[in-house]
Design a protein around this ligand. Structure first.
Ligand code: ATP
Ligand code: MG
Length: 261
């Protein structure tokens, strides 16, 4: 059965999508079967996996509204598969922005994704969900079906403040909707060791969250930022780059960590 993880942080632009697509590619690279589910109407993880969000026959929107199953909606990317990093993609586009409103009248609206995932869980080792930058009904759908949350964060002053809201939301979801939900770990991203403040916040994180902080640190690396414009995760675009190597190390750290749980 698949391990299901949300990549979440309600702060915008902190590296959620970059982490999701590169982790998906890294896990695929080490032989895992992976589904990447894009739960963000921006569709960045879809585009960044080489799938045109404007051309999707079905998307995660249809799945949430119940008009089709994941097996029907998932797609593959030829670019990724031919490079040896193939993972399945449950894509998203602007249509998904409407789901929030349309789901209001629907019963068990926060469990729509959970109910749909059951049918494909056995097909994968990992299902990674890229969440939008909000603690919204969409994110709630992700948290309700996940075993754990991976939280990418930049080591900046306000990062810690936002973390409290996220941790509280996770606690509430665990208490009311999904007993299994755990914080898998905090991933330091876009890290620049030359900046003293970043080092300080990194130390604070470690002293406060201890082993919940992943050992792997993702550096700020321009190749990771360039990759999406080619419709590729950085790991596929330039496997030798420092950013790609860090994400591959992160995939391996995650697999090793899960083996000890
Ligand atoms: P949103 O909240 O809008 O969904 P996000 O949290 O998914 O954003 P990303 O889209 O992954 O964040 O990253 C924000 C920007 O930072 C992007 O332009 C991305 O290419 C860039 N970026 C992410 N990680 C790195 C990195 N390690 N080094 C350099 N640039 C990065
Ligand atoms: Mg994103």
């Amino acid at each position: 059965m698949a391990r299901i993880f949300c990549v979440a942080n309600q702060k915008g632009g902190v590296g959620k999508t970059t982490t999701t697509v590169n982790l998906a590619a890294g896990l695929a690279r080490v032989g895992k079967k992976v589904l990447m589910a894009d739960l963000d109407p921006q569709g960045n993880a879809t585009m960044g996996s080489g799938v045109d969000k404007r051309q999707l026959p079905h998307s995660i929107y249809d799945v949430l509204l119940g008009s089709c199953g994941i097996a029907q909606a998932r797609v593959t990317s030829e670019k990724l598969a031919s490079a040896g990093f193939g993972y399945d993609i449950l894509g998203a586009n602007r249509e998904l922005a409407g789901a929030e409103v349309e789901l209001v009248a629907v019963e068990r609206r926060e469990r729509r994704l959970r109910e749909a995932i059951v049918a494909v869980e056995a097909d994968y080792d990992f299902i990674l969900i890229d969440c939008p930058p909000a603690l919204s009904l969409l994110t709630l759908n992700g948290l309700c079906c996940a075993h754990g949350v991976i939280v990418p964060m930049q080591c900046e002053y306000f990062a810690l403040e936002g973390l409290t809201d996220l941790v509280n939301t996770i606690k509430q979801v665990r208490a009311n909707m999904n007993k299994e939900l755990a914080v898998i770990g905090l991933l330091r991203v876009m890290f620049d060791p030359r900046i003293t403040l970043q080092q300080q916040v990194s130390e604070q994180l470690k002293s406060h969250f201890a082993e919940k902080v992943f050992d792997t640190v993702i550096p700020r690396n321009v190749r990771l930022a360039e990759a999406p414009s080619y419709g590729l995760p950085g790991l596929v675009f330039d496997p030798a780059s420092k950013g790609a190597q860090a994400y591959l190390a992160f995939a391996n750290e995650l697999v090793a960590r899960l083996a000890t749980l």
